[in-house]
Design a protein around this ligand. Structure first.
Ligand SMILES: [Zn+2]
Length: 460
């Protein structure tokens, strides 16, 4: 191999065409995101509008990264539906206006780089396997709960696409015979019972039947599209109707996980998507309980249900993984493994730390892409009355894009600690954590060759 190949020079474009938004990210071979663009997906305005927004989004992401379209090594595009990957034809997309569109041909006419088009759930699974919660698992099922419910199966670094390229469509397994109608045409699909669209429908029906909910206030009376964040707010406020409907949706999700276990027994099931992201505190205990009560045993422990470590970026990063594979540089092949260049912590003293060439007079966070920032102590102070407790909210920021290991420097005399919820946050995403007095943590951070992040407390 030439020496240059080890350097993180190649650029890929990962695109996620979702039911509510289009997202395009310019990504290095190591997985570092260098440019990003998001736009709302036009609804019910025809395929031309969707394609126009998609192309604009792609152009802008490339531009934001300060390069031109000719600098791209390859492009991966994720679509929520059945895609013929050979041709790039969208065969069926129930939640976005792209059914029958030859997206491959349209994009190839515009971009020179090789393009792979695939199903968003499949790419999400690929992303979580490459850099997310399933990074250590040999077999993975990813379930994405959003506008619809998508999924994907990865085994030993390869997507299981099925005989007709329609495997992993977990959203359309039937969970209730003769249940509500699904966008696919069947009845009682998992998606027709537990997606955001199904939750919205149940809420609207209940309100029409006279039930009360604070969502009417939150949405200004319009229940046609209810954002996941609003559902979370209503759950936090213990809104009776929302709690009831969400409990039911979470139970369906838990039973879907049990079904998956009995069919393929994967090492990890990773849950993601807007609804899960926003409401994981509510959903996970219900899912874990149902999976935990499953009486049919395996030969040993395992088969964990995890939360997505990549969140919004799972699908775009998976699209990049597929694009890399397209040009013969699969991220699951050790030969093409390109690592992020992390800064070195040069010096630490009481109230002072030098990372790379920069000195900070307060706590710092070092992210998985190697960037360094002052620690924002306000969430800790607000929640715990002191900056000495780290909670899940703070970890969410520090652990963006899924480090394998998080180093926490707990201070010169080790005052900093993780809350119970924070420990759960890490376990649910399979992120290892080393919490040590600061001088030791710094030494361990500098020596570690893993994909790492750090939060370093520089006082007591
Ligand atoms: Zn369906």
């Amino acid at each position: 191999m030439k020496k240059n190949d080890r350097k993180d020079r190649r650029l890929y474009l990962g695109v996620d065409v979702g039911g509510t938004k289009v997202q395009a990210s310019l990504v290095r071979e190591s997985g570092e995101i260098v440019g990003r663009e998001k736009r709302a997906t036009p609804r019910k305005k025809g395929p031309e509008r969707v394609v126009a927004v998609l192309e604009k989004c792609m152009d802008d992401a490339v531009q934001k990264g300060g390069v031109g379209p000719d600098d791209l090594t390859a492009i991966g595009v994720a679509v929520p539906g059945v895609v013929d990957p050979g041709r790039g034809l969208v065969v069926f997309a129930p939640n976005v206006d792209l059914t029958g569109v030859d997206l491959g041909a349209l994009l190839k006419a515009r971009f020179k780089a090789p393009i792979v088009i695939g199903n968003d759930g499949n790419f999400g699974a690929y992303g979580e396997t490459w850099l997310g919660s399933a990074r250590r698992a040999r077999s993975v099922l990813y379930i994405c709960v959003g506008t619809g419910i998508g999924g994907g199966l990865v085994r030993r670094g390869k997507l299981w696409r099925g005989d007709r390229d329609s495997a992993g469509e977990i959203g359309h397994i039937i969970m209730q015979i003769d249940g509500p109608k699904c966008g696919c045409g069947n009845r009682g699909c998992f998606e027709a019972l537990a997606s955001r669209t199904a939750i919205e429908r149940d809420l609207r029906e209940a309100v029409a039947a006279g039930r009360k909910t604070m969502l009417l206030e939150l949405t200004g009376g319009d229940l046609s599209v209810i954002r996941s964040g609003m559902i979370r707010k209503a759950l936090d406020a213990e809104d009776e109707l929302v709690t009831e409907i969400m409990r039911r949706a979470a139970e369906v999700l838990g039973h879907a996980c049990v079904n998956v276990r009995h069919l393929i027994d994967p090492e990890a099931i990773v849950l993601g998507g807007g609804v899960v992201e926003a409401c994981s505190n509510f959903i996970m205990p219900i899912v874990e309980n149902i999976v935990g009560l499953d009486p049919l045993p395996g030969t040993r422990d395992g088969g964990r249900v995890l939360l997505s470590a990549l969140g919004d970026d799972a699908v775009v990063l998976g699209a990049v993984a597929a694009a890399r594979r397209l040009v013969g540089r699969s991220p699951f092949n050790k030969r093409f493994c390109v690592k992020t260049k992390f800064p070195r912590i040069e010096r630490v003293g009481f109230g002072e730390i030098t990372v790379g060439k920069k000195t900070f007079d307060r706590d710092v966070c070092i992210f998985v892409d190697g960037k360094v920032k002052k620690r924002d102590k306000s969430p800790a102070k607000k929640l715990y009355g002191s900056a000495h407790t780290v909670g899940p909210k703070e970890l969410e920021a520090v652990c963006r894009r899924g480090p394998e290991v998080l180093f926490i420097g707990s201070g010169i005399s080790g005052k900093l600690e993780l809350s119970e919820d924070a420990r759960r946050f890490l376990a649910q995403r399979d992120i290892k954590c080393e919490i040590l007095p600061t001088p030791k943590a710094v030494d361990r951070y500098n020596r570690s060759k893993l994909r790492k992040a750090a939060l370093i407390h520089v006082t007591c």
